[in-house]
Ligand binder design. Sequence first.
Ligand code: AQP
Length: 321
Amino acid sequence: MTRLSAITPSGHAHLGNYLGAIRRWAREGAPGDLYFVSDLHAMTVSYNPARLRKLARETLAVLVAAGIDPARVCVQSDLVRELGALSWVLECTCSFGEASRMTQFKQKADGQGTVRLGLLTYPVLMAADILLQNATEVPVGQDQTQHVELARSLARRFNSTFGEVFTVPRAVMAPTAARVMDLSDPTRKMSKSTQDSAGVVFLLDEPDLVRRKITRAVTDNEARLEYRPSSQPGLANVLEILAACTGRSPVEVADDHSSYGELKNAAADAVIEELRPLRTRVLELLDDPTTLDGIRAAGAERARERGAHTLASALRMAGVG
Ligand code: AQP
């Protein structure tokens, strides 16, 4: 079984990415799992090239520092030639209607003056990521299942039209882990690309800044320390963060504290301690280009080898290789 997961370096990785995905990947990863830093996907909206390059490297360092097997990580753009070739084959297998029906495309394109064509075609690039690696499973949240469905349809269509080449992948629901909300606006999830960073704890934030962000988290005036996500979402978010860092339930955590101030300080302590070794290791890796570049090059080589036969077969069957 090969399972492919990815993180887009659209900004600095944050506590939500860590508690919701990266930590679980590191703890529960199986030998067949692959983790991509999907920097090509970050190009579908306006971006700064130098920043993207830096963020891709930093995100790779985060995955390795978190304890993910370095043999399982890869930066997507290191395979840009292979993926570019396979994407074209798949774009020519995909109808315009299919691509434009993607809900995420409609949401992201809505209200934008200029919509990049890549925003429309990126689910096909995602299909290329999956199919090139012969992934059998793609763990995704609800918002990405449609993209995996597209990858399945394209794989099946290609196989039945030109001959069996692709493994047909299936979407598996990523296990429900913590969904961390923005500390300034607990109605929206913590996101890399949020403009106002006051509510986002980045993994490389200095401990003092982490404390400031958490102790200033928007809660409410009810002064009731109870876990009630629908009526007290800000408080529930802080409780969930503390619970995720201490391995207890949000209800237990609420019972342990008597004031908002005390709770927020306890949450800040727990997050700072949870992130401390990770942050140290990321900074060490970023300072050690030989190690990080070596991991990156080896990951690219392995991913290239893994996909070589599939790509060659797909091109040949399509009449171009
Ligand atoms: N707030 C969150 N809480 C829990 N999990 C989260 N993830 C993202 N935000 C939270 C999980 O992190 C993994 C990698 O995320 P991604 O790069 O695929 O994209 P995303 O979900 O779009 O992440 P962001 O941080 O919100 O970035 P932008 O601002 O660019 O959209 C995924 O497993 C995701 O579920």
